[in-house]
Design a protein around this ligand. Structure first.
Ligand code: HXC
Length: 256
């Protein structure tokens, strides 16, 4: 049983809630390890089709745990197990949706940006305040933020340490929707359940192809897309999807 997370099953989806309320869900090594392990379980379980990650109403996560960080020097950072945990979170192959209320700062903002879809409550605040501590983002904050919101706003957030509101995050493209804070998780679960009803292989390959768009040149990305599309042409789910359309019924996808 994890110490720092609450995990709930909602049909074919999982809701993972970060649970260190006394420290605004600050990310300890323990929490990151438990999260990486839980995501691994979700990845390995064929009955889990999508995952929602959330925090509390006050904070998604207020960053790396600064009390723990205070005890680490450069040597400690070099073989820091957290790097491995972040790596494993990055590699999660199924759809990951972040339902963000309150503070998403530093590592908390970086964790939210690991999600494929971000839904924010109206009171959410996104920021990379590491510069105020004499450091800089270290879990993808410079790379993913710039890709999400563009150069000027990313520079302002990282260099000046200025946070942005949910509304600004929506305008900038960091999040795809804003909800009332009490509905954020419900909306994220609704999207997760909608995805969970689709053909799992198609979802997995579509996610991979979309992420490639950030890393590859257009020609390579198109090659990958074509290859993935061709792979899906040989699946039973593709036949089922088209047959269900013709028979005017809901498709029953099996994941093969
Ligand atoms: C440890 C934290 C914490 C953190 C908050 N707390 N953030 N503990 N690490 N990152 C604790 C506080 O110490 C306090 O504990 C309790 O949570 C409530 O916080 P308050 O500060 O009293 O709340 P509030 O006044 O509402 O202010 C909220 C806040 C502020 C603006 C979010 O807590 C804050 O600025 N936190 C630090 C944010 C930050 O700098 N994050 C980046 C971290 S560096 P007590 O025991 O006093 O009640 C980072 C690097 C990632 O993330 C690198 C990845 C490789």
């Amino acid at each position: 049983m994890p110490n720092t997370l609450v995990v709930q099953a909602h049909q074919a989806t999982r809701l993972i809630t970060l649970h260190r309320p006394h420290a605004l869900n600050a990310l300890t090594t323990e929490l990151l390890g438990e999260l990486a392990d839980e995501l691994q379980r979700c990845a390995d379980d064929p009955d889990v089709r999508a995952v929602v990650i959330t925090g509390s109403r006050k904070a998604f996560a207020a960053g790396a745990d600064l009390n723990e960080m205070a005890e680490r020097d450069l040597v400690g950072m070099l073989d820091d197990p957290r790097q491995g945990y972040w790596q494993r979170i990055t590699q999660f192959p199924k759809p990951l949706i972040a339902a963000v209320n309150g503070y998403a700062l530093g590592g908390g903002c970086e964790l939210a940006m690991h999600a494929d879809i971000l839904i924010a409550g109206e009171d959410a605040q996104f920021g990379q305040p590491e510069i105020n501590l004499g450091i800089m983002p270290g879990a993808g904050g410079t790379q993913r933020l710039l890709r999400a919101v563009g150069k000027s706003l990313a520079m302002q957030m990282v260099l000046a340490g200025e946070s942005i509101s949910a509304r600004r995050a929506l305008d900038a493209g960091l999040v795809s929707e804003i909800t009332q804070p009490e509905l954020t998780v419900e909306r994220a679960l609704q999207i997760a359940q909608r995805i969970a009803a689709k053909a799992p292989l198609a979802v997995r390959l579509a996610k991979e192809a979309l992420l490639k768009a950030q890393d590859l040149d257009l020609a390579s990305g198109l090659r990958f897309e074509r290859h993935a599309f061709t792979l899906l042409a040989g699946t039973a789910d593709r036949d089922e999807g088209i047959r269900a359309f013709q028979e005017k019924r809901q498709a029953d996808f099996k994941g093969c």
